[in-house]
Design a protein around this ligand. Structure first.
Ligand code: C2E
Ligand code: MG
Ligand code: MG
Ligand code: MG
Length: 284
């Protein structure tokens, strides 16, 4: 009896896997065509100097408006894009639209600050990516000093040597580089000093339970002190409450991004945020 049960559950398991694989293949095909049909676009989340309430810039975050399924979350399509290699195209689709939007804002005399974009570390394994970036800026009328690239600590630390030279060249053109999700990726501290980076971005998992969680509070303070001693800028992500903002500010982290100030916004709403006092609008 045990044996037949075993065989049954094996069959269910097998069917489930096939179903899952089928769904993944279908989502992959839809992402491929969605990228071609312009279904993906950037939303913009404000980054704010909490001490003055001034806008510093916006992080571009990919959103997929699926014609039937509606809005699909990056949690679902970014990992898929990573494993299928579609992330190359996706990143370029998002950065191009975000650059066009920023160039448009600057041309109209507005000041959106710095554009932060998320790029997979794989781009930096190819020498020609520097040229790709320059071409993008020329095409869109975008300037290097307006750009900051976010690369996640865990991705960069997996194979730092392969990326470091290209990142250095990018940095030399005046583009800033931030280490995203910092604190989750096991950086060697001596290595950190040699990376061509300008900013650490404290991961939101440490910010979520501030100020009450003592461990998170000490990690946050340690990361702020580390950035300070290495001469790096520091920004915290995922701040949702006034208490969190106060804690961060009191401990030397002025740059803050999180729902407390605003969720990621479509371009029109980001423009409205920019035109108002950054501290006044909190929700989309
Ligand atoms: P990330 O770069 O660390 O971006 C921050 C994420 O935290 C975003 O999730 C943002 O919406 C969310 N967030 C911001 N403030 C708060 C807050 O106060 N509370 C909470 N609970 N969440 C907050 P999102 O937009 O879902 O993006 C998830 C991740 O997907 C990003 O994490 C980034 O790693 C990746 N991603 C998004 N767009 C792109 C892209 O164009 N290219 C690449 N390569 N990755 C992207
Ligand atoms: Mg990011
Ligand atoms: Mg992050
Ligand atoms: Mg993240």
């Amino acid at each position: 009896q045990a044996k037949s049960e075993g065989r049954n559950s094996y069959q269910y398991f097998n069917t489930d896997l096939t179903q899952q694989a089928r769904e993944r293949l279908s989502l992959e095909a839809q992402l491929r065509s969605g990228l071609q049909n312009g279904e993906l676009s950037p939303y913009f989340q404000p980054q704010v100097d909490a001490a003055s309430g001034q806008l510093i810039g916006f992080e571009a975050l990919a959103r997929w408006h699926h014609p039937e399924q509606g809005m699909i979350s990056p949690a679902r399509f970014i990992p898929l894009a990573e494993v299928t290699g579609l992330i190359h195209q996706l990143d370029l689709v998002i950065i191009r639209q975000a650059m066009l939007q920023f160039a448009n804002w600057y041309t109209r005399g507005l000041n959106p600050g710095v554009l932060s974009v998320n790029l997979t570390v794989r781009h930096f394994q190819h020498q020609q990516f520097v040229t790709t970036l320059q071409q993008l800026m020329t095409d869109t009328g975008f300037r290097p000093e307006w750009l900051e690239i976010e690369v996640t600590e865990s991705q960069l630390m997996t194979k730092p040597e392969a990326a470091i030279e290209v990142l250095r060249q990018i940095h030399q053109t005046g583009i800033r580089i931030a280490l995203d999700d910092f604190g989750t990726g096991y950086s060697s501290l001596s290595y950190l000093k040699r990376l061509p980076i300008t900013k650490l971005k404290i991961d939101q998992s440490f910010v979520r339970d501030l100020p009450h969680d003592e461990e998170d509070a000490s990690i946050t303070c340690a990361v702020i002190a580390l950035a300070d001693s290495l001469g790096l800028e520091i920004i915290a992500e995922g701040a949702e409450t006034a208490e969190q903002v106060e804690f961060l500010l009191a401990h030397g982290c002025r740059q803050i991004q999180g729902y407390f100030y605003s969720r990621p916004l479509p371009a029109v709403a980001a423009e409205a945020f920019m035109l108002n006092d950054a501290g006044l609008i909190r929700e989309a």
